[in-house]
Design a protein around this ligand. Structure first.
Ligand SMILES: Cc1ncc(COP(=O)(O)O)c(C=O)c1O
Length: 390
């Protein structure tokens, strides 16, 4: 039996399935949820065993990000990413969305601007706006089958009010992995413009075969004094509901600022969050994560060959993540029309491209972290919804 079997999540308070009717108008009865970035299969057996042991123990009192937890984070970064992290650099957060909001609050003032490179994870812009800051978009440029940086153009987009640059590596929604050279250029761009760099690396374990990922700190160690690195086990191990992420902050002054912010809001680590991550960041967790990559690569191939067979539809070749970024511009349809076909005919709840900012207009994002059978079904439904183009 596959480790990545289909699990019916309907009626389990799954936001992805139980809110799809309200958010997307797609019924969970006969629809497929392919939007928010969590997975439809069970987490690693070592993580489940840790949860069972905690349930047997039966006491769920306060905990903290204890030394062995930080050691496990450092072990994972070293063995999986060749990144030497001092355990003292590790602070936990209530997930990375929370870490981003806290960072914006810590290192900018209302009315300041924050730069992002769209199309990019929609919550960057949302968090900037919700905290009373202004979004500065420095759009990525299309370069053949992927995206590239144009930092000369990006420079022209800056208004002089920016204090922070929020960077996504690997990139959501395109799956683009940035090279060490590109990371150096982004870091220098931030430095030239006096920007704190927030490097969101939440998808760093989801690297598809044939690709390699370099952490920003490994590529540009000299940028440490002005960079905050965000990592998590949540996407890798499907434990996002535990709402725990890591902020890795080598610079002591930046770290002290963040610790002060956390004290002000009385933040404390979630006991089950650290328990699960501690169990995940282990040799057993690593073996499961490798198996997951093989599974996701199979899903990606089936999805891409199926949707690319629809005239005018093109899935950007994925280097990382389980999020397929699909361009419908070749169909000649307005976004309302292809979105309606996906929603009403295919009955798939997927993430609309425009929510990712400039450059996302003709795209939809599909989450492939599911059983093989769900992905096959999704392809059949999409082919059916666009059958008149064949
Ligand atoms: C790039 C990126 N950052 C942050 C998050 C949110 O992380 P969390 O669930 O830890 O708040 C996501 C979730 O999809 C993401 O893709």
């Amino acid at each position: 039996m596959s480790l990545f079997e289909r699990i019916d999540r309907r009626g389990t308070q799954s936001a992805k399935w139980d809110k799809m009717q309200d958010l997307f108008g797609v019924s969970p009865q006969d629809g497929l949820a392919m939007w928010t970035a969590d997975s439809d299969y069970a987490t690693a057996p070592c993580v489940r065993a840790a949860v069972r042991a905690a349930a047997e123990h039966g006491v769920f009192g306060y905990s903290w990000d204890y030394p062995e937890y930080k050691d496990a984070v450092a072990w994972w970064m070293q063995t999986r990413h060749g990144w030497q992290v001092d355990p003292d650099w590790v602070l936990t957060s209530q997930g990375l969305g929370n870490a981003i909001a806290l960072s914006i609050g810590a290192w900018s003032e209302p009315g300041d601007a924050v730069a992002i490179f769209p199309p990019v994870y929609h919550e960057f812009a949302n968090k900037i706006k919700k905290t009373g800051r202004v979004v500065t978009e420095c759009p990525l440029v299309r370069d053949g089958e992927t995206y590239a940086l144009d930092l000369d153009e990006a420079q022209k987009c800056l208004t002089g009010r920016e204090k922070i640059l929020i960077w996504c590596s690997p990139q959501n929604p395109s799956g683009r992995i940035w090279t060490a050279q590109e990371l150096r250029e982004v870091s220098r761009f931030a430095e030239r413009n006096g920007l704190l760099l927030i490097s969101d690396e939440i998808h760093h374990d989801l690297i598809l075969p044939g690709n390699s990922f370099v952490p920003t700190d490994v590529a540009v160690p000299e940028g440490r004094a002005r960079t905050v690195y965000l990592t998590a086990a949540s996407k890798t191990f499907n434990i996002a509901g535990l709402r725990t992420g890591n902020m890795i902050i080598p610079d002591p002054d930046l770290r002290a600022t963040m610790q002060q912010c956390q004290r002000q809001i009385d933040y404390g680590a979630s006991s089950m969050g650290v328990t699960m991550i501690h169990a995940a960041y282990s040799p057993q967790g690593a073996a499961w994560a490798d198996e997951q990559i093989t599974h996701l690569d199979g899903n990606r191939q089936i999805f891409d060959s199926g949707v690319n067979a629809i005239p005018g539809v093109w899935s950007m070749p994925l280097q990382s993540t389980y999020l397929a970024w699909v361009d419908f511009s070749g169909t000649g349809m307005a976004p309302e029309e292809f979105q309606a076909r996906i929603r009403d005919t295919a009955k798939i709840a997927a993430s609309p491209g425009p929510s990712f900012g400039s450059g996302g207009e003709s795209f939809m994002r599909f989450n492939l972290a599911a059983s093989r059978s769900l992905v096959v079904e999704a392809v059949e439904r999409l082919q059916g919804a666009f059958a008149d183009l064949q």
